[in-house]
Design a protein around this ligand. Structure first.
Ligand code: GLU
Length: 478
């Protein structure tokens, strides 16, 4: 354990609290990762809470996408998922407790009244906020619709010592008395967050800085409740490379699209997200173990970070090269099956497995890897792409037949022997090695680009290689 590693602190509890109104986006995934690493670094707990109180906008599909995305990224949470909506009765209980203790009050202002108030404030160029007209009244009609509002302090100020932003102060006069329970008795988001964080024992609230303003109001409520105050860490939002707030046009997709459409590996996405707003010296490639050891909020930047898809793809290339061959085969198998239009045989799988060491070096993502692997599995005669057709058209006459004759005589089918034979072939025809090798590459792979020709021939094996060359010589292919 390094000197910077604190002793396990079982009291550290973080949470990721997404609203299930859409996919798990890149900003949410980063928030989840930071919460996860902070908890793991301290030996604490990382909880997941689905904030599904907004019934109109929450969907089961979004919940499924969030759970799926978290699982894919390996951000395993502790305990059961907490569903906020299911806790509505508990939220109401806390609001009524505040009411009973004089820290909240009933407000009977109608929607029309509040609209008129806002319009008057707008006209007077005053900040728009509730004016507290029911704050000190106790003549509550029993049978009229009303909301319950927090009786927030009006004097003084609140300072949050944010672990990322530093100390931030807001005058209480700027915060109006927020609604805790709506007239239909349902809790507001602000109430639900405070109650759930408390009941889940959350010690550190780590989230996007778009929630900083909420933190002042939440803290005011926590103080009136007399509950322990959590630490806050508000992370700057992610922007696009052009500095504008991140949106789809910057390539900001749901985590599932990084997996399915871009063919990225989860460890690459994780590594990239980690570096987006957090750093450890010059380290770029950081393992989960290192991230857990090194992660701390003091190294989270205060400025917005910029999302760069190119960088993410580069990091992915690194992880592709490092990935286990069998795992890569399993990951590309569905793509390969779709492209070939048939299931894979045991022989196909074996071929894929043997092709991985070379192929993965040149494939920045799983889509390219799958595409690059197809030629190994095609049935003869294999299709030729334009590049291959050109190479074959301009090949020195007789060079493929010469290659066939030499290769047919090879008994030790190894890259070294194959290279020896192709070099001898080039000498025989008075060609440079490339001039002999390129038409062969075209015949064997159907393309002008592939992993090393001798590796390919060795992986394909003697019969398949000779068969493919023969297909071109006899005009069945090409
Ligand atoms: N549900 C909120 C969101 O998705 C997060 C609330 C919080 O982290 O306190 O933005």
């Amino acid at each position: 354990m390094g000197a910077s590693q604190p002793a396990p602190d079982s009291k550290v509890v973080t949470r990721f609290a997404p609203s299930p109104t859409g996919f798990l986006h890149i900003g949410g995934a980063r928030t989840a990762l930071f919460n996860y690493l902070f908890a793991r670094h301290h030996g604490g707990a990382f909880r997941l809470r689905i904030e599904d109180t907004d019934r109109a906008r929450s969907t089961d599909a979004a919940i499924a996408a969030i759970l799926d995305g978290m699982t894919w990224l390996g951000l395993d949470w502790d305990g059961d998922v907490v569903y906020q909506f299911a806790r509505a009765a508990r939220h109401a209980e806390v609001a009524h407790d505040l009411l009973a203790r004089g820290h909240a009050y009933r407000c009977y202002a109608t929607a029309e009244e509040l609209t008129a108030l806002r319009e008057a404030q707008r006209a007077a160029k005053q900040p728009m906020r509730y004016d507290g007209r029911w704050r000190d009244r106790t003549d509550w009609p029993e049978d009229q619709p009303h909301v319950i509002r927090l009786k927030a302090p009006r004097e003084g100020s609140v300072t949050i010592t944010d672990l990322v932003q530093g100390p931030v102060t807001v005058a209480n006069a700027e915060l109006d008395d927020m609604v805790l329970l709506r007239s239909d008795g349902t809790p507001t988001y602000m109430l639900a967050v405070v109650v759930d964080d408390h009941d889940m024992g959350v010690s550190h609230v780590i989230r996007g800085d778009d929630h900083l303003n909420n933190a002042f109001r939440q803290l005011a409520m926590i103080r009136l409740l007399g509950w322990p105050e959590p630490h806050y860490a508000h992370i700057p939002l992610i922007h696009g490379t052009d500095g504008a707030k991140l949106s789809k046009r910057h390539g900001a997709l749901g985590v599932d699209a990084y997996r399915d459409e871009l063919g990225l590996l989860p460890e690459a996405v994780e590594n990239y997200l980690l570096r987006l707003g957090w750093g450890h010296g010059d380290a770029e490639i950081i393992s989960r173990a290192e991230a857990t050891e090194w992660f701390g909020l003091e190294a989270v930047g205060r400025g917005p970070s910029r999302f760069d898809l190119k960088k993410l793809e580069n990091i992915n290339g690194h992880y592709m090269r490092a990935a286990d061959d069998a795992r890569l085969v399993a990951l590309i198998a569905p793509r390969v099956v779709t492209a070939l239009g048939r299931e894979l045989t045991a022989a196909d799988n074996d071929l894929l497995q043997r092709s991985m060491p070379e192929l993965k070096k040149r494939s920045p993502n799983l889509n390219d890897l799958a595409l690059g692997a197809l030629f190994y599995l095609r049935s003869r005669p294999i299709p030729m792409d334009d590049g291959a057709a050109k190479l074959l058209a301009s090949a020195t006459p007789g060079v493929l037949a010469g290659a066939y004759a030499r290769l047919a005589g090879v008994t030790d089918w190894s890259t070294a022997t194959l290279e020896e034979q192709v070099r001898a072939l080039a000498d025989e025809f008075g060609l440079k090695l490339g001039q002999a090798a390129q038409p062969l590459r075209a015949a064997v792979t159907g393309s002008s680009q592939s992993p090393g020709l001798f590796d390919v021939m060795e992986t394909l094996g003697r019969d398949e290689t000779l068969g493919r060359i023969d297909d071109v010589i006899t005009g069945r292919a090409g």
